[in-house]
Design a protein around this ligand. Structure first.
Ligand SMILES: Cc1cc2nc3c(=O)[nH]c(=O)nc-3n(C[C@H](O)[C@H](O)[C@H](O)COP(=O)(O)OP(=O)(O)OC[C@H]3O[C@@H](n4cnc5c(N)ncnc54)[C@H](O)[C@@H]3O)c2cc1C
Length: 476
């Protein structure tokens, strides 16, 4: 058995893991990355990238069908869409592998397990080897879990992994869970011509989002003929011959059954530490999660946890941000209070993006808030692309003009939210946004106009700002 030693060792090659490895190597640390499956992790191989690839293709098909100067029938090749998705992932994996190697990271394909707080054993196709390191990052990702009595079979009852690689487009699909991923799959398959039923146990779709955004989003789904069942839980599934599945649902009106071709269980995520043998490293779990302090360092000095393995929110950009902080911490830099602002995004048509506090959260925190809102209806660029639904809302402190949160629904808001992120992270307040020049005609002007609207100064639409006091929360 061979033994090697490193300054920095990463377990897991997803966005959290490969970012940590590249950054550590850039900073001169002797670095190793261990990955048991495909580089790029969930994000690149079965998450962010494949879903957005198929979704974009599906939206293109829908746009072409709606297009006023196109005529005639169009044939869609699902196989080509699948090939395009696979090709993109393959090329991106090659790109990540190249950057890792060029940065000087030693990549090992194999499964890691802790022997103690400084040593891991890796099982590869060629056997086992032990590696020691001064710093170890756990970036092992997360797994989906389903309610009791529910399990995927990969044929009629699907996981998100299965739903990305179906042989054919189903005629009907029930999507269970109307969170970020559920609604993206619903929009994807709807645009491919599938009859979609969206089932959510909470009282609103997008349960993590502001109720007004969720309401507007639901209205769009209904306008597009996606059936939405909120306050409805899936309790059981059973096969209906080989072509369908019967769902048993509990709703306010009682228990009912209905049949679809397939059902997708989006599930809940939880950190994946399977077979890592954390106890050998002296690590224990609290509520199924590894705890961490500043710089993502666990209770064991020199061991860090980043990304999905560090618990919710389960987002790739959070994994990347935590990875950067962990490397800085291990280099002895002051990491302060970074990481507070994580945008939450939904892709498709329309898009949704939120960051920071909603007005209710700000009021609960005792802040007096101003709401500045501008609608895409008044934005020239939105008109030119035929997507004028939605709005941008800025929640700011009524006294200091500090931006406390931003909620957006409409075209390309998953890009626009980066403006809010940049402003908030760097202390640019509403006045600073108002003093910035935004190119015309662009969707970004909606953010500018929302800042102007906070002081009743919007140009392309007459909108009045609203001021709320903490006491108003009781009246809501
Ligand atoms: C359908 C879907 C869509 C998504 N869309 C988005 C999106 O649009 N935007 C977004 O921000 N997030 C999205 N996510 C979430 C995103 O994919 C994850 O948050 C992100 O991949 C987490 O990165 P990570 O590096 O922490 O873990 P992962 O990407 O899961 O990587 C963990 C890696 O560790 C490896 N590993 C685990 N244990 C071991 C071991 N013992 N030894 C060696 N290797 C090991 C695994 O093989 C895996 O490759 C989506 C997820 C899903 C499922």
């Amino acid at each position: 058995m061979t033994c090697a030693s490193y300054d920095f060792l990463v377990i897991g090659g997803g966005p959290g893991g490969y970012t940590a490895a590249i950054r550590a190597a850039q900073k001169g640390l002797k670095t190793c990355l261990v990955e048991r499956s495909l580089l790029g992790g969930t994000c690149l191989n079965r998450g962010c990238v494949p879903t957005k690839t198929l979704l974009t293709d599906a939206l293109m098909i829908a746009a072409a069908r709606r297009c006023y100067f196109m005529k005639g029938e169009m044939n869609v090749s699902w196989r080509r869409m699948q090939n395009h998705k696979a090709e993109l992932a393959k090329n991106s994996r090659a790109g990540i592998s190249q950057v890792l190697k060029e940065s000087g990271v030693h990549i090992i394909e194999g499964e890691a397990v802790f022997l103690n707080a400084r040593t891991i054993r890796v099982t590869t196709v060629d056997g086992q080897r032990d590696l020691t390191a001064t710093n170890i990052v756990i970036a092992t990702g997360s797994l989906a879990t389903y309610g009791s009595g529910l399990a995927v079979d990969g044929r009629q009852v699907l996981s998100t992994d299965d739903a990305l690689k179906l042989d054919t487009i189903p005629r009907s699909l029930a999507v269970v869970g109307a969170g970020n991923r559920g609604v993206e799959f619903a929009v994807l398959y709807h645009n491919l011509g599938t009859k979609v039923f969206l089932i959510e146990k909470e009282k609103q779709v997008l349960p993590r989002m502001h109720w007004e955004i969720a309401d507007r989003y639901k209205k769009t789904l209904l306008d597009r003929k996606i059936a939405v069942h909120t306050r409805t839980s899936l309790v059981a599934t059973r096969m209906a011959g080989k072509d369908g599945v019967i769902l048993t649902l509990d709703a306010d009106a009682g228990r009912k059954e209905f049949q679809t071709d397939k059902v997708l269980l989006t599930g809940m995520r939880r950190p994946d530490y399977a077979n890592l043998c954390l106890e050998a490293a002296g690590l224990t779990l609290q509520d199924g999660c590894l705890g961490f302090g500043p710089g993502m360092e666990t209770s064991q000095k020199g061991i860090y946890v980043v990304g999905d393995a560090a618990g919710p929110p389960y987002l790739a950009h959070k994994a990347i941000a935590q990875a950067m902080v962990a490397v800085d911490r291990c280099r002895g830099l002051d990491v302060g209070s970074r990481l507070l602002l994580i945008p939450d995004c939904i892709y498709g048509d329309p898009e949704v993006a939120c960051i920071g506090m909603t007005e209710d959260e700000a009021l609960s925190a005792g802040r007096r808030v101003k709401l500045g809102e501008f609608h895409f209806m008044g934005n020239g660029r939105a008109g030119t692309i035929g997507q004028a639904e939605g709005f941008v809302r800025i929640v700011s402190d009524a006294k200091t003009a500090e931006v406390l949160g931003v909620q957006m629904i409409g075209p390309a808001v998953t890009e626009l939210v980066a403006l809010a992120s940049l402003a908030m992270q760097n202390g640019i307040d509403v006045t600073g946004i108002k003093q910035t020049v935004f190119p015309h005609p662009t969707l970004s002007e909606t953010f500018f106009e929302a800042a102007l609207a906070s002081h009743d100064e919007a140009i392309h639409m007459r909108v009045e700002s609203e001021e709320l006091h903490p006491e108003d929360l009781q009246l809501k």
